[in-house]
Design a protein around this ligand. Structure first.
Ligand SMILES: Nc1ncnc2c1ncn2[C@@H]1O[C@H](COP(=O)(O)OP(=O)(O)OP(=O)(O)O)[C@@H](O)[C@H]1O
Length: 575
């Protein structure tokens, strides 16, 4: 019986052992499954981290230093393993041995697991302080390897970092190539532009040269035609002289046309720009000497017996007296003209002996006063026996030298000042006429010629309506207006070769009848103030200039001027 009991015990013991072993095997299986599952999760995490790494190549160093969110996942996994361990502790209390055995197996299995695969976990679990310590050491010592976490090492092992580096290098070299290409393109573009500019400049210069030549040819043609026209129309020329700006402030409303020496541009008060032509425009930059050179050809024809009239027309203050008299140190046309007549007469002196007489009168309120006589006697106009107009009783001085001319003109100027005071008039309220007679007598034939040069500084042309004039001033203004208007009518009639010339309507035209009629040469210099505040007066002066410049068109057609102008136009420049 006892033997049977022992056998039963033994059998029972074996059964228990088998059951424990079976349980143990099952546990091992479960542990392995858990381990595999853990590994799978770990691998998935690793894949996620690798993906993240690819997207964050620039932050690789940060990742290597262990700041990746992958750690959080791994910590959770490890936590799970610990929970599993605790589960083992909750096994049935009824079999402590089994529990101990199980615990031992579990411990052994866990140890085996850790030893087998997770050596690296050790480093993963290294404390932050430890890691930073090692990291600091690694940065100072090149020999020690940094404690790369498992995932980083796996990436390095996989060659992904190398791959990424290679890609980065390729990208860098492509970028360098692109940069070089951009530099080459820029250089090529600069060279191309420089060549293009040179080509354009040379083409433009050629084109411009041809245009200038054509322009000059046109100008020359125009000048010739104009002279032809002036001769046809009785040698009457109209010039504009623009006075320089006297005030620094204000806009310049009148300028010479940049493209045309014979025209001016006027900026009207409303902002409109108008253009006006004349026989010549004397710009602000011309000196007194240069102005005289422009008019001197007309003056010297006096020596040959021609009558010449030069009028300075314009509103008060626009420079008429400056042009005719000028300052003592820089004299105007009057003095220069008479001195030139002297010089030319001296040069021509031979069989013909020349003498030059000078008189100077003023027409104020239709009365003529002798400015070379200090008593300022009034002078009348008479028709002489030779059919010439004379001013009997007026002083006529034969001038003998340039100095003498200056002296005589100066005394006339002084008397003019007295006249202004006596008549209570400013200089612009009267017309001042310097009359020069050039007599030539041929000692052999006895023939004589007389040419008259009339240099007229007209009264200011401003309108009565704009001056609010009354009484004496109104009377003066009316007389001035009338005489200027009559002068305009006479010049226009002469220019248009009208049958009746209205000389007799005022003292000024009466006095100058013999000088304006016939083969005479007349020049009207219309003076213009450039300042915009004088633009109304200037426009009125321009209107006067345009009125006296009018030419009968039927006459032009008869002369065939337009036809010839068209025929000889130079060729267009080639593009
Ligand atoms: N071309 C010029 N260059 C420099 N100053 C000038 C010029 N023309 C005129 N002036 C100056 O302008 C002012 C007026 O000129 P000026 O007396 O000759 O005008 P005006 O038309 O004769 O006037 P008025 O009709 O009142 O006699 C003067 O001070 C003169 O010196």
């Amino acid at each position: 019986m006892e033997g049977a009991t022992d056998t039963t015990d033994y059998f029972q013991q074996c059964k228990y052992i088998h059951e424990v072993e079976l349980l143990n095997m099952k546990l091992q299986m479960r542990i392995l499954e858990t381990h595999l599952e853990t590994k799978d999760r770990l691998l998935r995490n690793l894949e996620d981290i690798i993906d993240e790494q690819e997207a964050r190549i620039a932050n690789m160093e940060d990742f290597i230093q262990g700041r990746s969110p992958g750690y959080v996942a791994r910590n959770q996994i490890l936590k799970g393993i610990s929970v599993l361990s605790l589960d083992f502790g909750a096994l049935s209390e009824e079999n402590l041995r089994l529990k101990a055995a199980l615990a031992q197996h579990q411990k052994a299995a866990r140890m085996a697991q850790l030893l087998e695969t997770d050596e690296d976990y050790e480093s993963d679990f290294t404390s932050c302080e430890e890691r930073s310590r090692i990291s600091t050491q690694s940065s100072t010592s090149n020999n020690e390897k940094p404690p790369y976490p498992l995932m980083a090492r796996s990436i390095i092992d996989d060659g992904q970092l190398k791959k990424l580096k290679r890609v980065a290098e390729e990208l860098k070299s492509e970028k360098d190539e692109l940069r070089q290409l951009a530099l080459d393109t820029k250089e090529a573009f600069t060279i191309c532009m420089a060549e293009l500019r040179l080509m354009l400049e040379s083409k433009t210069a050629d084109f411009f040269r041809v245009l200038v030549e054509r322009y000059k040819a046109e100008m020359e043609k125009r000048r010739q035609l104009h002279n032809q026209l002036v001769e046809i129309n009785g040698n009457i020329r109209v010039f504009f002289r623009i006075r320089p700006m006297l005030e620094a402030v204000g806009e310049q409303a009148i300028k010479m046309d940049e493209m045309d020496d014979w025209a001016i541009d006027v900026l009207q008060p409303g902002g409109k720009k108008t253009s006006h032509g004349a026989d010549r425009v004397l710009t602000t930059t011309l000196t007194q000497k240069e102005i005289f050179e422009e008019v001197s050809p007309v003056i010297t024809s006096c020596i040959d017996g021609y009558n010449v009239c030069i009028f300075a027309y314009g509103a008060t203050g626009c420079g008429k007296t400056y042009t005719m008299e000028g300052p003592i140190e820089d004299p105007g046309i009057n003095q220069r003209a008479i001195i030139q007549l002297f010089q030319v007469a001296n040069e021509k002196q031979g069989d013909t002996k020349y003498s030059i007489q000078l008189s100077m009168v003023e027409i104020y309120n239709e009365k003529i006063r002798d400015l070379l006589n200090s008593s300022l006697s009034t002078v009348n106009i008479r028709m002489g026996e030779d059919g010439r107009l004379a001013l009997p009783g007026s002083t006529s001085i034969t001038v003998t030298s340039a100095e003498h001319v200056s002296q005589v003109l100066e005394s006339g100027r002084a008397n003019k000042a007295i006249a202004c005071t006596q008549a209570n008039a400013s200089s612009s309220r009267s017309h001042v006429v310097v009359r020069v007679a050039v007599n030539g007598v041929n000692s052999i034939t006895g023939e004589s010629t007389t040419g008259h040069l009339n240099l007229v500084d007209l009264a200011g042309s401003e309108r009565v309506s704009q001056t609010n004039a009354t009484g004496q001033v109104l009377k003066e203004a009316q007389a001035i207006n009338k005489s200027l208007s009559e002068l305009g009518n006479v010049v226009l009639a002469l220019r248009q070769n009208q049958k009746h010339i209205p000389f007799r309507n005022c003292q000024l035209t009466r006095m100058l009848e013999d000088s304006l009629n016939g083969d005479s040469k007349t020049l009207v210099i219309v003076h213009l103030s450039p300042e915009s505040r004088h633009v109304t007066e200037s426009t009125s002066s321009i209107a006067f200039a345009e009125k006296i410049s009018k030419v009968a068109t039927s006459k032009l057609r008869r002369e065939g001027i337009r036809k010839s102008a068209r025929k000889e136009a130079p060729p267009s420049p080639r593009k």
